[in-house]
Structure formats: structure tokens, C-alpha cells
Design a binder for this molecule. Sequence first.
Ligand code: ASP
Length: 331
Amino acid sequence: MKPIYSISLIIALFLGLAFHSCEAPETEAEVPEYVIVIHGGAGTISPDVITPEQEEEYKNKLNEALEAGEAILKNGGTSIEAVAAAIIIMEDSPLFNAGKGAVFTNQLRCELDASIMEGSTLNAGAVAGVTDVKNPIKAAIAVMENSPHVMMAGDGASVFAGEQGMEMVENEYFHTQRRLDAVKRAIEQSQEDNSGTVGAAALDSYGNLAAGTSTGGMTNKMYGRIGDSPIIGAGTYANNESCAVSATGHGEYFIRHTVASDISARMLYYGQRFEDAANYVINEKLVNVGATGGVIGVDKYGNVAMPFNTPGMYRGYVKSTGEKEVAIFGE
Ligand code: ASP
């Protein structure tokens, strides 16, 4: 080899190694035993639109959801169980657009979507457009664990959920005055609106990642419309090789840009750090097309990211190291 070539080769190798080492994530020795991260939706949430009392109410509920997930992880439970526990607390609360308190369609009914994914196996389950399953995330888990399918919709999903022993409710169970007022305003102004979807992602002590999402969708959505939340790769994604992500935002864009799996793919194929991949997708890619929303997630090393391009996003995380945050507004 001519000397000029060997010098170039050495320089190239050196640069390659230097670049690689600054991109490299933390080592396994630093991986926390467990991590759980949650969201309660992104949107036009700012101190002008919610009172200090409401802020406290939201923070208390986010804390309750985090604590429920953490208790499971601390006692050796799985990331799927922790994600489900946190989401069920938020589905049962009228504060969020999932389960009780879900937004209304243009026909003044609630149609709910949910999904779950396991990072170790890439198994996944989802339900779409269900109107009578009290906790759609439980039905999504049943689809994953007890059916040969990944997604079930409408009446078939409800029959399956009933057979699986899920609690079934009348559609009125989900209704709240606040969401009814919101859909009436949206109908008057011919608008759709999104906010309050819930989601969680976790890393358990076995090194397994999981993510889940549950929503009523968009206020004043057309009856029958399905958003990104139940779509694996759009609203939810988990892969033990990369990260676990749950999204919230304008679903049509999140579907077109396969937001959750794009973040994982950037890590796997570009070697991007989780935080950089998530930030890029939310704050550049989606911003460039006028899409609003955010994601929360955790990578296989226990790093957390929670980027959003809206004024606020209900969010929080806790790690086995004691590190914890619950927040609503942007910095
Ligand atoms: N992504 C949800 C949907 O489009 C809405 C939301 O996250 O607020 O159905």
C-alpha cells in the first residue's frame, strides 16, 4: 500500500472510532434495573389554559400511574405488566382522552383505540374503534396473548374482549360533560382536535422493553376513523434491540411518518442515540410537515426521551436509581 493511502486509512479509522465512541450509548453496567415513562397526551396545554388546581390534579394522577408501574417493576414484574398498570390508571381517570373521559366522534359517541408491544418477541396486540370495552389496553393485551392476530376492530374486537372476560360497559360510561362541550365547539367550528391520549413504555429487570398506547382519538373525528395509537410502528413500538416508544399527536401524520418505528430504525440503521432520534422525528421531521405531538420512551440502556413540539405534554418517568420527573409544560 502506498504511504499516502495507509495514512488516509489510519486517519479514516481514527475518525470512525472517534465518531463511533461519542455516539455510543452508556455501557450495560450503567443500565438501571428498571425504568417506566408515561404520557397523558400532548397539546395546547399551558399555564393560561389550566388552573393551578387542575395542574396539581394532573400531576397527582401521573404520579399514581408511575407508582403503579414502578411497584410492578420493583417486585420483579414485567414491562408489559407495568405498562398496562400505568395505562389502566389513566384510562380509568376522566382527566385523559382514553377510557373514561375519551373524546367524542362527530356522532357523539366514543370509539377507542389501544395497542401494546413487547420488545423481546416483537409480539403485539391492538384494538380499534371499540365502543364498549372498559379498558381497551386490556383488550389489546388479550389480542396479543390469546389470539393469532395483531389487530382487531369494531364489533369483532368487542365480542372477543367479552369472551376474554373483559369488563364491558355502555358507551355512556366513557362520556364526560367536558368532552361533550369540546366536541360541540369543534362541530361548530368544523375542527378536529387532539389531546390527552395516554401511553407508557418500560424497561424491566429482565432487560425487556414494552410500550402501549390508549386513546379516544381526535375530538370530532369522523365515525369509523382510526388514528395512529393502535397502529404498531406508528403510535406504539418496542424492540429490545433499540427502544420502546408511545406517541401522541395528530394521528394522520404519525401514521404517514411511521413515527414510533422510525425512531427505532434510526437507532438501528444510523446508530443514532435514542434522544437524538426521537428529537429529530418530533422536532424536525414532523415540524417540517406541520404535525403536532410528541413521544415518550426508553431505550435498552434505560435512557429516557420525552420530546414534544406542542406547548405542553403530560409526562413523567421514574428509574430504579431514584431519578424521577413529572411535568406538563415546555421549558
Ligand atoms: N394520536 C391520537 C390520534 O390521532 C390523538 C392524540 O394523541 O391525542 O388518534
